[in-house]
Design a protein around this ligand. Structure first.
Ligand code: THU
Length: 159
C-alpha cells in the first residue's frame, strides 16, 4: 500500500477589483442574479452566472418549492438554462454568491455536491476547463477547473 495525497490549487482574492475584467463581469452577473432568488423557506439567497465560449453570460438563482426537493440550486438553474439555450457552446466559467436574507457571506458560499457533479458534466461536454469563482464579502476563491472542487470525478460508465 502507499499513502497518497491530492493537492488542490486555488487563488484567493480580497476584492472584486483584483479579478480579471472577464471575471469581474461574471461576478457582477452572479451578484445581480442573487436578487431573483426565490428562497421563502431557507431565506438563503444564491445567485450564479455562467460564461459561455461565445462570451454570453447566463444567470440563475436558487428557486425553492413547498415540496422541498423540487427546488433547485442557483448553479444548476444557470447551467441548465445555458445548456438548454446554447447547447453547442461550452460553459467556461461559473460564479456564485450567496448569503442569508439577500446578504453576501464573508467567506464564500461553496457549491453543493450535486452542483459540482453537474459542473463536471458540462466541463466534459464542452471539452474545456470550467473555472469556478466563489464570491464572498471578505474573500473570493477561484478554482481553474472542476477537478479542483471535485477530485476523482465520476464522469463515465465505460472506463
Ligand atoms: N443553494 C444553492 O443555490 N447553491 C448551493 O450550492 C448550495 C445551496 C440553495 C439551495 C437552497 O435553496 C438554499 O441554498 C439553502 O440550502
Amino acid at each position: 500500500m502507499q499513502a497518497k495525497r491530492i493537492n488542490i490549487d486555488y487563488t484567493e482574492y480580497h476584492s472584486l477589483g483584483e479579478l480579471s475584467v472577464q471575471d469581474q463581469r461574471l461576478a457582477q452577473a452572479a451578484i445581480e442574479a442573487q436578487k431573483s432568488s426565490y428562497a421563502p423557506y431557507s431565506h438563503f439567497n444564491v445567485g450564479a452566472a455562467v460564461l459561455l465560449d461565445n462570451d454570453i453570460i447566463v444567470k440563475g438563482s436558487n428557486q425553492e418549492n413547498a415540496a422541498y426537493p423540487s427546488g433547485l440550486c442557483a448553479e444548476r438553474t444557470a447551467m441548465f438554462a445555458a445548456g438548454a439555450a446554447y447547447p453547442d457552446h461550452a460553459i467556461i466559467s461559473l460564479a456564485l454568491v450567496g448569503g442569508p436574507n439577500g446578504t453576501i457571506c464573508e467567506v464564500p458560499a461553496s457549491p453543493c455536491g450535486s452542483c459540482r457533479q453537474v459542473m463536471a458534466e458540462y466541463q466534459a461536454k464542452g471539452g474545456k476547463d470550467l473555472s469556478i469563482l466563489m464570491i464572498g464579502k471578505e474573500k473570493i476563491y477561484k478554482f481553474e477547473k472542476v477537478d479542483d472542487v471535485l477530485p476523482l470525478i465520476f464522469d463515465s460508465l465505460d472506463k
